[in-house]
Each structure stands twice: as structure tokens, then as C-alpha cells.
Design a protein. Structure first.
Length: 167
């Protein structure tokens, strides 16, 4: 499972993993939003996550911090992308103009757009989630010690994680 700050490279890395291992890839934004960025019923979104992780193999890319436990409890590996805000902002801007057409991480009818909401969510990700996230991750790590957890803050750390996963 992969989660973290928007613009940190989650979808790109998830796509790389699915190409390497041939595992099915699920982008949570495709399940959270309906057409035109309309939020779906939250219970249906949770049901979708339970159905995904009930499968034998999967890669899930996306945040939904309140439902981390659904994915974490069934994961082998959890990677938390927490790149610096300015780099993520640059990547969000760049993605708006140069979207990788091979990464299909949006629901039907949800075109790539750079909104104030997305920028604000990205910029305040740590403040919004940090205390909750730290406590939640500590609890999940205690409950599911078999899950390999990696926090990635830069490309060097990501390469180190790749070496561990790919070897």
C-alpha cells in the first residue's frame, strides 16, 4: 500500500511496481470520486476498499487516512511518501501541464486540474494529519508487525526502498 502527500510520486511509483510485479493496481481516487470530482457515498468507498484488499494480490495508491487500517491490515508493505512541500507543489503544477498518459489514476470524467483545494490539502497534509497519523501508524504497526513500513522523504530513500522490495 502507498499513501502520502499529493505530488510526492505515489501514483508514479505504484505504476512502476505494477509493471515490475504484474500486480493489479488500484488508485483510491477512482473509488472516492465519481464523474466530475463528485464525492461518492463514503460507505460505498469503504466497501470498495474491503473488496480490493480481500483479493490475494494488489497495490493500492491513495490517501484516505481515516481508512488506513483497511489497507494496512492486509498489506505486506506500506510506503508513506512524505516528500518536501515545495517539491510536491512543483510536481502538482508540472502534472497539470504534462500528465503521464499511462497513469490512469482518476475516475471517469475527472480531468487533471490544479485546484486551490488540492494545493491546500498538499501543503497542510502534515498539519492536518500528523498527530492523528503518527498515533494511527504506531497503533497499526503494533497490531500488524508483519507489515514492512517505510517512510520515504526523498529520492535516495525511495531508491533504498526499491532495492529492498525489488531484490
Amino acid at each position: 500500500m502507498i499513501f502520502g502527500r499529493p505530488g510526492s510520486g505515489k501514483s508514479t511509483f505504484a505504476s512502476k511496481l505494477t509493471k515490475k510485479f504484474g500486480l493489479p493496481l488500484y488508485h483510491l481516487d477512482k473509488y472516492y470520486y465519481g464523474a466530475n470530482w463528485v464525492e461518492r457515498n463514503y460507505e460505498d468507498f469503504l466497501d470498495d476498499q474491503y473488496a480490493i484488499v480481500a483479493q490475494k494480490d494488489w497495490i493500492v495508491d491513495g490517501n484516505s487516512v481515516p481508512s488506513l487500517h483497511i489497507r494496512y491490515s492486509e498489506a505486506d508493505v506500506c510506503i508513506y511518501f512524505n516528500y518536501p512541500r515545495l517539491l510536491c507543489l512543483w510536481r502538482l503544477i508540472k502534472r497539470n501541464f504534462m500528465k503521464d498518459i499511462f497513469i490512469q489514476d482518476r475516475a471517469e470524467g475527472c480531468s487533471e486540474k490544479l485546484s486551490w483545494h488540492l494545493i491546500s490539502y498538499m501543503w497542510t497534509f502534515e498539519y492536518r494529519h500528523n498527530n492523528y497519523l503518527v498515533r494511527r501508524l504506531k497503533l497499526l504497526q503494533e497490531m500488524y508487525p508483519q507489515v514492512k513500513f517505510y517512510a520515504v522523504h526523498d529520492d535516495q530513500e525511495l531508491r533504498e526502498v526499491e532495492n529492498k522490495i525489488f531484490s
